[in-house]
Ligand binder design. Structure first.
Ligand code: ADP
Ligand code: ADP
Ligand code: ZN
Length: 214
């Protein structure tokens, strides 16, 4: 099963992608997590990506596409994968399609987790991230067991640099301009499924499972 998670920043793509990956035993591939790991490790890619991420802008397609194409050709992706945060532009979607076509494959589902902008600002302000294992929480709706500490690995949780309100606004603009057109792109391919992302986390997951098992 090859799945793309679509949706605004903060819509809950990562939260759902992790659960899908666990339920169907397929890898969760988050370009945001890959960039943040590179930043943490001080790699060249990380240094380049950070200048864009801090401004709420997209990392250029040249830096993003090869990385994903390499990743999806690894052995653990044989039975499928869930892409979270990629593609984010039409050219990225086209390179993904082209790469899959070469090996006679195609994406199965693009799931749009639909959440209006009004809800996003609140979600991002309350998001806390573990930069060690990638887990995410929300201080009100999905709190960790112990305040400020990751349930999975015990590391300290942080507010991401790009989750500050000014940057969130910019990221939403970028989303509407560059990423939202993908909704039409996948509707035309007949693989678009929309779920109401304003529901509680468990209800959103149930809606996704119904789509995948329909
Ligand atoms: P969110 O989960 O809140 O949408 P991500 O972790 O997916 O945020 O992405 C954080 C930042 O990483 C983005 O704002 C962008 O700068 C960069 N990024 C992640 N994925 C991509 C991508 N596919 N193309 C370009 N930039 C990306
Ligand atoms: P994305 O990957 O789309 O940027 P996340 O999965 O990181 O989004 O979720 C953004 C924030 O909203 C996080 O703080 C997360 O804990 C919280 N969140 C995720 N799903 C829900 C939900 N259904 N209801 C309320 N809060 C949610
Ligand atoms: Zn952790």
């Amino acid at each position: 099963m090859k799945i793309i998670m679509l949706g605004a920043p903060g819509a809950g793509k990562g939260t759902q992608a992790k659960q899908i990956a666990a339920k169907y035993s397929i890898p969760h591939i988050s370009t945001g997590d890959i960039f943040r790991a590179n930043i943490k490790n001080g790699t060249e890619l990380g240094k380049k990506a950070k200048t864009y991420m801090d401004q709420g802008l997209l990392v250029p397609d040249e830096l993003t596409c090869d990385l994903v194409m390499d990743r999806i050709q690894q052995d653990d992706c044989k039975n499928g994968f869930v892409l979270d945060g990629f593609p984010r532009t039409i050219p990225q979607a086209e390179s993904l399609d082209a790469a899959l076509e070469k090996i006679d494959q195609k994406m199965d589902y693009a799931i749009d987790v639909d959440v209006p902008d009004e809800n996003i600002i609140n979600r991002m302000g309350g998001r806390r991230a573990c930069l060690n294992c990638g887990a995410t929480y929300h201080i009100v709706s999905i709190p960790p067991k112990k305040e400020g500490i990751c349930d999975h690995c015990g590391n300290a949780l942080v507010l991401r640099d790009d989750d500050k309100p000014e940057t969130v606004k910019k990221r939403l603009d970028v989303y509407h301009e560059q990423t939202q057109p993908l909704i039409d792109y996948y509707a035309k391919q007949n693989i678009l499924k929309t779920v109401d992302g304003t529901q509680p986390m468990e209800a959103v997951f149930d809606a996704i499972v119904s789509v995948l098992e329909a």
